[in-house]
Every structure is written in structure tokens, then in C-alpha cells.
Design a protein around this ligand. Structure first.
Ligand SMILES: *[C@@H]1O[C@H](CO)[C@@H](O)[C@H](O)[C@H]1NC(C)=O
Ligand SMILES: *[C@@H]1O[C@H](CO)[C@@H](O)[C@H](O)[C@H]1NC(C)=O
Ligand SMILES: *[C@@H]1O[C@H](CO)[C@@H](O)[C@H](O)[C@H]1NC(C)=O
Ligand SMILES: *[C@@H]1O[C@H](CO)[C@@H](O)[C@H](O)[C@H]1NC(C)=O
Ligand SMILES: *[C@@H]1O[C@H](CO)[C@@H](O)[C@H](O)[C@H]1NC(C)=O
Ligand SMILES: CC(=O)N[C@H]1CO[C@H](CO)[C@@H](O)[C@@H]1O
Ligand SMILES: [Cu+2]
Length: 574
């Protein structure tokens, strides 16, 4: 053992810091975790198809959910996690990357091998907790798949299917992969347990590729030059276990629920503050913000001379590449960027984050939470056959005038007299109240989302990709909110929405003007989006029955909010 390593361990042993005065939790002070000692891992890759007689045919995968351990850092003891894998020994955090082929379906049988109890505080007032077992159900985020394979929150099941949720039908999920190539991810979605199940490790990436559409683009490719970066934040105890506060902010109402989880250690591909050695050429990074609530505002150290070229956002390519020096990523948003290290003026560059938490008005980041990972750049010039084309994929242009319907969606947060959040609703309704959003297959709709809370909520819609049309500042928001909450119905006309809209419109960053699956709803603003309830190609219909039970849903992707009812069902109709 090297001296440095030994000192690291010694520190760990000594650091029984009691953060924030919570005694007995033995929280680890993250400043004692040495940065940049673990190499960035690549998660195992699984093909979602088979080649038979030279032609691709559907792949049948079995992925289990295991109770196992994971090393988050060289000096941290193994951490108990729940992890996806093809067997317990190969289960990882994040889980394996599923590589699907456009046009060739992938079947996944999801199995649950979890014990009778969760190891994290799951608030029994929020979830359907069965007598034994941990409910899980997997959602493929950004995927266009039938309702029975969409991971409906109430389609959960426990080990050996001993207990199942009311919407459970089969553990064999069908992913058609007919949509355009892009970046998706899979994660748990069990009702009221999403935040704890993801915190336990149930996250993985899924990629749809199309050699005939993507190879001609010339972007950096292959395992060496094309990486997934899955970023999330965690707190640990000195013994290596994941720490989650088990006392709710309103314990009389929800004994264990807290409005937002923030961890101090920044984890990339399952390692705290890793490093990656690169050569002087272009690399592609598909960056997923898989935090429960932490926003990331990513940039490369200012003296490096480097920038990002965005080629995609969420599950879709942009029409044209666009450059940024810094970008804001909400939980569950995916950025797809190229970094050209041949332009670097230094031999090391740190990927940093400076988003306040909660975003936008919370605490600033410090040295620790602002550091994400390090790139070590080898000095010698290398051949780089990749390039960045002027145009990427020809996706449909959003046509607002074609929208069949306009809907208003309001976001509410309810608090106690002491201003402590108790729960959050969309349109003043809980998830289990009857469906109100019933778009017609083959149409587009305008959704106007009014954020009547103090937070920025990343809104995610299942099935339908959307384009953000505008974000408009509002005035006298208090008055409008009071009126809306008085009526307690979604009547924007009675509350005079028009007179609360200002002329002040915020520009949508260029790299977010494509077809998205998640977007940040600014507080005190009305965000207008065009949602497409048909494929992103010429087709007017999907390739399966989208109107089937149990339908879809839309929700805030701050998992702590989603679990406390900031989610509504959505059902497509003919
Ligand atoms: C995969 O499963 C599907 C549906 O169960 C079946 O139709 C198909 O033949 C299977 N493919 C392979 C390669 O086993
Ligand atoms: C856990 O949450 C409770 C309730 O909000 C708070 O009083 C306590 O300080 C928190 N503990 C830690 C370690 O943050
Ligand atoms: C990840 O999402 C969280 C929650 O929205 C956000 O606070 C954080 O800034 C995001 N991080 C990145 C790197 O985008
Ligand atoms: C938004 O509108 C309010 C009310 O008119 C105004 O006070 C505020 O300055 C505006 N904010 C921005 C960023 O334009
Ligand atoms: C609307 O969003 C902008 C930009 O984030 C912010 O400056 C403004 O205060 C918001 N409006 C209100 C009324 O909160
Ligand atoms: C409409 C509304 O309620 N807006 C709220 C949005 O968030 C801010 C705080 O950032 C509140 O002050 C507003 O009242
Ligand atoms: Cu939210």
C-alpha cells in the first residue's frame, strides 16, 4: 500500500464528522476523499440484438436487480447497493449499457432479486409497501414503447412476483427501437420509491444506434472515443454505506420524506471524482445527469481553451451542432457533446459544476461539489479521423399551428404554516386521481406549464418528445397563485392568466432547441412546449397500440418530488 493510500485510509478512519449536527450518523466528510485516483470506468455493454445469417434479429435479454456491493472509491469500503446486471457478480452501478439497433426490437425480462426490506428510509406514507419485498419496475426514459412496457409506477413487482402492483402485467418488456438513434436511459420507477431505488443504484444507459444514419456523420466513435458519463451525487457514512436522512422535514405527515436529496460526493460512472486519460483528438461524451435533485452547470476549466460542441439533447440529435462553454443540466437531462482535446492549452482539465442547490436560489457549490472529474491529456498529437459535420439529422420542424389542443399544467407545492413542503401536485391533483390528459394519437399539442412553486422543476413526459417554444416571465405571481389555489381547479381564465404574462421572454439555449424528453420549468414563468404524440418520422401513428392500459404519465424529474405526487397519468386515445 502506498504512503498516500495509507494516509487516505487513516483520514477515513479519523473522520467521524457529524455534519449538520445529526449525531450518530457517522457521516463521512467528503473533503477527505482523495480526488482523481480512480480511473473512469466503462460500464459493461450488452447487445440488444443478435446477428443471425448476417441479419440482425430481436435480442432477448434478462436483467436482474440484485442486492450487492459496489466500490465507489479506492479508499471507501464497499457500499451496499441495489444494482442491475445479467447476474449478481456482474451487476454494476450504473448498470450495463444496452446497445440497441434501430429497427430491431429488444426484449428485456426484468427480474427482482431484492430482499424483504429496503436498506434506505422508504417513507411508508408515500409508497405501496407490500408485506415483504422491495417493489421495482423499470422505465426506459426517452423510449417509444407500448404502455405495458413503459414501466408504469403501479406496474411494480417484488422478488419472485410475490407481490405486484395494480398495473403489473408481465416482466417481459418490448422495446421496438423504431425511433431515431439517440441516448436513452433506464431506471426504476416504482410508485413512491423512485428516489430511494435510484439512490440505491438502479440507473443504466441505453443507446439506439443506426449505422446507416450515424456513420456518415463522422463523429468520434468506438469504445475509446465515445463515452457515457453518468453523473450523480451521494453522501456516505464512514463505513461506506449510502447516507440518506431518515427524518422527514414534516415527520408528522411524512416520517421520512425530504423535499430534495443532495449528496456532497460527485460520482461519475460509479466512481467518486474519477479521471480519464485522453489523447489530443476529439471525444464524444453522452452526459446524463442522474442526480435525484442536483442540477449541474458544467464547464471545463477556464484556462484550458476547451469548449463543448453539442450534437444531441436527450434522446435526439440536434439538426445542427452548437457550441457552448457552459450548460445547465437538470436531473435526467442528457447532453451529447464533443470535446476536442487537440485544442487544449494545458495537459489537464477539470470538468466542473457551479449550479446552486437547490437550483436556482439555493447554496452555491464549494470546491468539493464543484469538481466533477479530471481529464489528463497526453502531450503527443495523434491522427483524428473523426469530424463534426455542419448538419446532423433532419428531424421534423416543430409546427405550433398544427397543434390540435392547448393544455395548461400548473405546478403546486403545498407547505405547512412553517413553510415546510408537504407535497407537490400537478394541476392540484394526485397521481391516483382519474386521468385528465388524454391526447389523441397522431396529433401535436401545446402545453403551457405554469410553475407556481419556488423551484425549477424538470418536466418529463413519457412517449411524446417535445420542443420548447418559449419561456415567459410572469408578474404578480402571488396574486395569481392565491386565486388558483382558492378556486382549487385549473381555471387559468378566471384567475386572469393573460394579465399576469409579461412581454419578457427568455431565450432557449441553442443546444436545447431540439426534440427533448425533459426541460427545466423556471419558477414564476410560463413555459410553452409543443408535444408530439406521433413518431419523429413521417408516420402519423406509432407501431403498436399506444391507447392500451395502463397508459403513460408525465412528472417532475426531481425524484423526491415525483415520489410525493408531482406526477399525473396520461392516456392516449384514438
Ligand atoms: C425473443 O423473444 C421473442 C418474444 O418472446 C421471440 O419472438 C423471438 O423469437 C426471440 N428471439 C430470440 C433470438 O430468441
Ligand atoms: C435530517 O433532517 C431533519 C429534518 O429536516 C433535520 O432536523 C436534521 O438536521 C437532518 N440531518 C442531517 C444530518 O442533515
Ligand atoms: C443534474 O440535475 C440536477 C437536478 O435537476 C441539477 O441540480 C444538477 O445541476 C444537474 N447536474 C448537471 C451536471 O447537469
Ligand atoms: C419578471 O417580471 C417581474 C414582474 O414584472 C419583474 O419584477 C422581474 O424583474 C422580471 N424578471 C426578469 C428577469 O425579467
Ligand atoms: C422567470 O425566470 C427568470 C429566469 O430564471 C427569473 O429571473 C424570473 O424571476 C422568473 N420570474 C418570476 C416571476 O419568478
Ligand atoms: C407563480 C409563482 O408562484 N411563482 C413563484 C415561483 O417561485 C418564486 C421563487 O423563486 C416565488 O417567489 C413565486 O411566487
Ligand atoms: Cu420538481
Amino acid at each position: 500500500m502506498g504512503m498516500k493510500h495509507f494516509v487516505g485510509l487513516l483520514y477515513m478512519a479519523m473522520v467521524l464528522v457529524q455534519l449538520r449536527g445529526d449525531s450518530g450518523d457517522n457521516l463521512l466528510d467528503p473533503s477527505f476523499i482523495e480526488m482523481f485516483v480512480d480511473e473512469l470506468p466503462q460500464m459493461p455493454k450488452i447487445k440488444g440484438y443478435e446477428i443471425k445469417n448476417g441479419v440482425p434479429v430481436a435480442g432477448n435479454l434478462t436483467i436482474g436487480i440484485y442486492d450487492t456491493t459496489w466500490k465507489f472509491h479506492r479508499d471507501l469500503p464497499p457500499t451496499r447497493v441495489f444494482a442491475y446486471g445479467t447476474c449478481k457478480e456482474s451487476a454494476t452501478v450504473p448498470g450495463p449499457t444496452i446497445e440497441a439497433l434501430q429497427g430491431t426490437p429488444t426484449y428485456v425480462t426484468w427480474l427482482n432479486f431484492l430482499p424483504s426490506q429496503h436498506f434506505l428510509p422508504w417513507d411508508e406514507t408515500l409508497a405501496d409497501i407490500p408485506p415483504s419485498g422491495v417493489p421495482t419496475v423499470t422505465h426506459l426514459h426517452g423510449g417509444v414503447q407500448p404502455p405495458t412496457s413503459d414501466g408504469n409506477s403501479l406496474a411494480w413487482f417484488t422478488a419472485s412476483f410475490a407481490y405486484t402492483g395494480p398495473h403489473f402485467s408481465s416482466p417481459v418488456y418490448y422495446y421496438p427501437n423504431f425511433q431515431l438513434p439517440g441516448n436513452l436511459w433506464y431506471h426504476d420507477h416504482a410508485f413512491g420509491l423512485t428516489r430511494v431505488n435510484l439512490l440505491s443504484g438502479l440507473i443504466g444507459t441505453y443507446q439506439i444506434t443506426s449505422p446507416h444514419l450515424e456513420d456518415p456523420l463522422g463523429l468520434p466513435s468506438g469504445p475509446e472515443y465515445d463515452h457515457h458519463l453518468v453523473i450523480f451525487d451521494r453522501d456516505f457514512r464512514v463505513d461506506g454505506s449510502i447516507y440518506m436522512n431518515s427524518t422527514g422535514n414534516n415527520p408528522d405527515i411524512h416520517p421520512q420524506w425530504q423535499p430534495e436529496y443532495f449528496g456532497k460526493a460527485i460520482i461519475v460512472n460509479g466512481k467518486a471524482w474519477p479521471f480519464l486519460t485522453v489523447t489530443r483528438r476529439k471525444y464524444r461524451f453522452r452526459i446524463l445527469n442522474a442526480s435525484n435533485a442536483r442540477f449541474l452547470q458544467l464547464y471545463l476549466s477556464k484556462d484550458s481553451g476547451l469548449h463543448f460542441t453539442h450534437v444531441g439533447s436527450d434522446a435526439n440529435y440536434l439538426r445542427r451542432p452548437t457550441v457552448s462553454r457552459k450548460f445547465l443540466q437538470a436531473p435526467s437531462e442528457i447532453a451529447d457533446v464533443i470535446i476536442d482535446f487537440s485544442l487544449s492549452t494545458s495537459d489537464e482539465v477539470i470538468l466542473r459544476n457551479d449550479a446552486n442547490y437547490p437550483f436556482p436560489d439555493g447554496d452555491p457549490t464549494d470546491h468539493i461539489t464543484s469538481t466533477v472529474m479530471k481529464f489528463i491529456i497526453k502531450p503527443d498529437k495523434v491522427q483524428d479521423p473523426s469530424w463534426i459535420p455542419h448538419t446532423l439529422l433532419a428531424l421534423p420542424v416543430p409546427l405550433p399551428y398544427e397543434a390540435a389542443k392547448t393544455r395548461y399544467i400548473t405546478m403546486y407545492e403545498y407547505t405547512t404554516d412553517a413553510d415546510e413542503p408537504t407535497h407537490l401536485f400537478l394541476n392540484a391533483k394526485s397521481f391516483k386521481e382519474p386521468v385528465t390528459e388524454t391526447p389523441k394519437e397522431g396529433t401535436s399539442e401545446i402545453w403551457k406549464i405554469i410553475n407556481l412553486t419556488g423551484d425549477n422543476h424538470p418536466l418529463h413526459i413519457h412517449l411524446g418528445a417535445f420542443t420548447v417554444l418559449e419561456q415567459r416571465n410572469m408578474s404578480d405571481v402571488e396574486e395569481f397563485r392565491t386565486c388558483m389555489q382558492d378556486v382549487y381547479v385549473n381555471d387559468v381564465v378566471k384567475c386572469g392568466l393573460e394579465k399576469h404574462l409579461t412581454q419578457n421572454v427568455f431565450a432557449i439555449p441553442k443546444h436545447e432547441r431540439g426534440w427533448k424528453n425533459v426541460f427545466k420549468m423556471k419558477p414564476g414563468n410560463m413555459t410553452t412546449i409543443l408535444v408530439r404524440f406521433k413518431p419523429l418520422g413521417p408516420e402519423a401513428q406509432y407501431w403498436f397500440d399506444v391507447t392500451a392500459e395502463p397508459g403513460y404519465g408525465y412528472h417532475c424529474h426531481i425524484l423526491d418530488h415525483e415520489d410525493n405526487e408531482m406526477m399525473r397519468p396520461m392516456k392516449l386515445v384514438h
